[in-house]
Ligand binder design. Sequence first.
Ligand code: DP6
Length: 330
Amino acid sequence: MQTPRKASARAGSNIAFLKYWGNRDDSLNLPNNSSLSLTLDALQTVTSVEFSPNLPADEVIIDGQEASPAAYSRVTAHLDFLRSLAKTDFFARVGSRNNFPLGVGLAASASGFAALTVAATKALGLEIEKRRLTRLARRGSGSAARSILGGYVEWLAGSGDEDSYAREIFPKEHWELLDIIAIVSTSAKEISSQDGHRLAATSPFYPMRLQSLPQNLSKMKEAIERQDLETLGPLIENEALSMHSIMMTSKPPLLYWQPATLAVLREIPEWRKGGIEGYFTLDAGPNVHVLTLPQQANEIRSRLEKLPGVQQVLVAQPGEGAKIVAEHLF
Ligand code: DP6
């Protein structure tokens, strides 16, 4: 293994406009469909990794605490994969810090595994180009493939490991869409996305969903190219409801919504009638993301803050891709 052995990286989370839900290969995280997202600047993970011949096992600290057994085994499995590429058996010390609550559907694993992949490959002395980095991050968490890149990103379903990678379709400067996030719960979700992907195919509606996605994807890309929120917004809302209908009709069902989730979802179309243009989406969690333009952001933020059950509101701008940073966490 070549020096350096220690490296740190920062990555932003992302919000999917067209969702990844269901794999055709769970071990390689090969998805059933291509997906599309915007990388966010405000929700970030910084991760430091140091490989050492003196460690008896991997050590993983997340937000100042020892990782849970589930998080530990996910991180060490990813480290094992990256170690096999570098042909080393040194264990690693990993420290990771998020500036947003974990396990609430804010895709901490996207920014987390993107940052881990970039920091660990650097610390292992591997020189890896961007496209391959997205494929490596994909192995840790599917949505992490998209967080390797900034701006508007497409992750191609591909036909196998080689061609299931993420690519930037528009840079973050192309269009300043804002994501206003209404946090209605900060408790960890009961069913992880990882387990959820396995249930997708148990919904009788899943084949219909998959059939409709390629056309929706091209419509979304065209709307982003034209900076046309009036077209993009309804596509995004419909897509979130489509994914949640699969979750709700899986066996067993997955119901991520809280009462406050529905309260927010009902408000947004009402606000539009009054000229406040925001459109909702949700990931695998109860929190609601509202996509809007900068001139409406303050109004939407203050309206969300007043809704019962909304605990906190975050505002995120389009963000850049994962990158190496000079400051280490330890
Ligand atoms: C609903 O498998 O990437 O956010 O289990 O947290 O790693 P983790 O998530 P992942 O699934 C994300 C699913 C989604 C939709 C999306 O981001 O495309």
